[in-house]
Design a protein around this ligand. Sequence first.
Ligand code: MN
Ligand code: MN
Length: 291
Amino acid sequence: MQRPTTFADARASFEDAEFVIVGIPFDRTTSFRPGARFGPDSIRLHSWNFESYDLETGIDLEDAPVHDLGNAEEFGSSEDMVRTVREEIGPIYSAGKVPIVLGGDHACSPPVVEAYPANAPSLGVLYLDAHMDFRDNYLGDRRSHACSSRRILEKVGSRNVVVLGVRSVSRQEIEDNKGIGMAYVTAHEIAREGIASAVQRALNMLKTERIYISLDIDAIDPAYAGATGTPEPFGLTPRDVKYILGQAAPRLAGFDIMEVSPPYDNGNTSLLAARLAREAIVRSLAARRSH
Ligand code: MN
Ligand code: MN
């Protein structure tokens, strides 16, 4: 694969940027099929497909304050990754900027949330995933991608996480959650009640000032995003996720896209991930500009 230098149109300096792209090439905790460590560069490569002008907001990404910091250094263990990611992401929040993080497997998300400063406005997390990722540990690793919503909940509190799009859980995860009470909206509920009502319900549950959105690409149906480690039928559509980003944009504190696995990709999954990253940026920027 040709190695792209940056995400398309990310021309601003770090100082001038309001959005900072960071890649995390880590997939040591994938449980079925690996490859997500190639996600950041594949998403960058495919980002060059698109026109820089956004039809709906009138924003031209060539003029948008976006910086690409590149990829975090390669890691050893998952604990090593967690430490490095916290150190990379902390200064982005502290400078008042929005991190746009490209993974990597879903183990990369908790440290991005954990880096959120204690003195910043309150933070909730909208966790888009086919899976609940609610195991306390998986094969002895508490930092596995199968434990990510649980680690995030330990940072922001059980009332401040909503999982959206879930359709694959273990009995143990449901049992564990009975005493904890993390909210979730299943993909089946979304199909029944409609995306607008389901998203409204989820956003109303998050009483926090700001929202971090973590997108496991497997939240989206494998028909659209099959290049992922653990694909699961009956998922969301790309347009559902586009809608979610638009609704959450005024409160967006950070956004990640995890679990894109280029070895299984004909290009469509990376392309969709790149487009969704651009959508998050233009929607959030439009909301910031209107204030
Ligand atoms: Mn996940
Ligand atoms: Mn998943």
